[in-house]
Design a protein around this ligand. Structure first.
Ligand code: COA
Length: 376
């Protein structure tokens, strides 16, 4: 215990390297990322986001009948209650509001309206998870329609989760190529063990609070630029760099100021994020086919990656190619992190269910480094 009157500087470990619990859902290792035993490379090449969602939420790879039923359930749950639509219209364009705030509020209201909100049974939790999975893209689509000053685009009745998400934002059906690239990005974003937002959701659910509350908290955690918000921050930074000629001066200034380069580095991965090259290759294919400006943005991004590796030996994380890829696909930058939510809801919900199924309150202790005992 300190007896000094000066405020001590406490260097936080950020719980780095600490094992905070067990999970059967995912494993984040230097040499691989797996969801329930399937590698991320295998799923990105061979699965759909709906199949991966089934693996995460239900616990196993679906057969054809199970998959069709799961997809039908999601499609049937896409529409939003009127109260959520009316609220989106009122809040999506408030001056101090960004889409992650709007999405957080919408999910919270969905809790008010969910008939099973207070029921933490496995059956109710799974039903609520599916409803949230189905409805979050609709929240994103509708709020973008409001931001654009356009009529609300009703959810599509047959398109996939990824294609419907793109469709609702613009009212135009995406090409098969764009839909598949979005699908792959959702697979890559779906789950990542005890990252900050998932850990938040587990801490909340470990008090036996409900799924909507835990997801609302997780959205708040994901928003920050050191976590999910990095995909938006990364693209904002690439735009600020602007040209290949400016990569060197811009980054040198950032290094001199000890500023973080967004979309680079990772708490766990020290030799690269497995997801980044997969998404980079997909985005690069789109940029190659578009040419012009789109290709130029990728070239600026690639020059930043090369310099970051040369000077700092730091690799891009998935948010860097995500920013570039969504940008060349024409998706508004402030929706990148909400789209992350449209995927990560599966991982969060799987963890909330796992926590509820084998619960103990999460309550660590702090080392006190404050004042010694003194008279009032
Ligand atoms: N840009 C510049 N330097 C970086 C960096 C980045 N993106 N990421 C890490 N570093 C450097 C730090 O400056 C530090 O250097 P130092 O030891 O000389 O001070 C060292 O690498 C360790 O960084 P630290 O911030 O302690 O690592 P962490 O494990 O706490 O941070 C992140 C992990 C993800 C928060 C961090 O890499 C970061 O802020 N990245 C940018 C935001 C981002 O992309 N987040 C999404 C993560 S998926």
């Amino acid at each position: 215990m300190s007896t000094s009157t000066a405020t001590p500087e406490v260097k936080s470990s950020g719980l780095e390297g600490m094992t905070a619990g067990k999970t059967t859902i995912a494993s984040v290792l230097q040499d691989k990322l797996i969801y329930r035993g399937y590698t991320i490379e295998d799923m990105a090449a061979n699965a759909t986001f709906e199949e991966v969602s089934h693996v995460l939420l239900v616990g196993h790879k679906p057969n054809a009948t199970e998959l069709a039923a799961f997809e039908d359930e999601l499609k049937a749950e896409r529409e939003l209650p009127e109260l959520v639509i009316e609220t989106l219209k009122k809040i999506a364009k408030l001056p101090n509001t960004v889409p992650m705030d709007t999405l957080r509020t919408a999910v919270s209201i969905l809790g008010h309206l969910d008939p099973q909100c207070q029921d933490n049974s496995p059956e109710a939790n799974l039903a609520k998870a599916k409803r949230l999975l189905a409805k979050i893209p609709t929240v994103i689509g509708h709020m973008q329609n409001v931001i654009d000053g356009k009529d609300i685009v009703a959810p599509h009745k047959t398109l996939s989760h990824a294609a419907n998400l793109l469709y609702m934002m613009t009212g135009e059906e995406p090409s098969a190529e764009y839909a598949r690239v979005m699908d792959i990005s959702l697979i890559l974003y779906a789950e990542h063990d005890f990252n900050a937002s998932t850990f938040t959701s587990r801490v909340i659910s470990a008090t036996l609070s409900d799924m909507h509350g835990a997801v609302t908290g997780a959205i708040a955690a994901l928003k920050g630029p050191l976590h999910g918000g990095a995909n938006e921050a990364a693209m904002d930074m690439v735009k600020a760099v602007g040209t290949i000629e400016n990569v060197g001066p811009y980054m040198q200034k950032a290094f001199d100021n000890k500023d973080k380069i967004m979309g680079f580095g990772h708490r766990v991965y020290k030799v690269g994020d497995h997801r980044a090259p997969i998404l980079h290759a997909e985005g690069r294919k789109i940029a190659d086919s578009l040419g012009g400006e789109a290709l130029r943005w990728f070239e600026v991004g690639e020059a930043m990656q090369a310099l970051m590796f040369e000077k700092k030996n730091i690799h891009p994380n998935v948010d860097f190619p995500c920013g570039l890829t969504y940008f060349v696909m024409g998706i508004p930058v402030p929706q990148y992190t909400p789209i992350f939510v449209a995927s990560r809801i599966t991982g969060w919900a799987a963890h909330i269910m796992e926590q509820h199924a084998n619960n103990r309150l999460i309550r660590p202790v702090a080392e006190y480094v404050g004042e010694g005992i003194r008279p009032w």
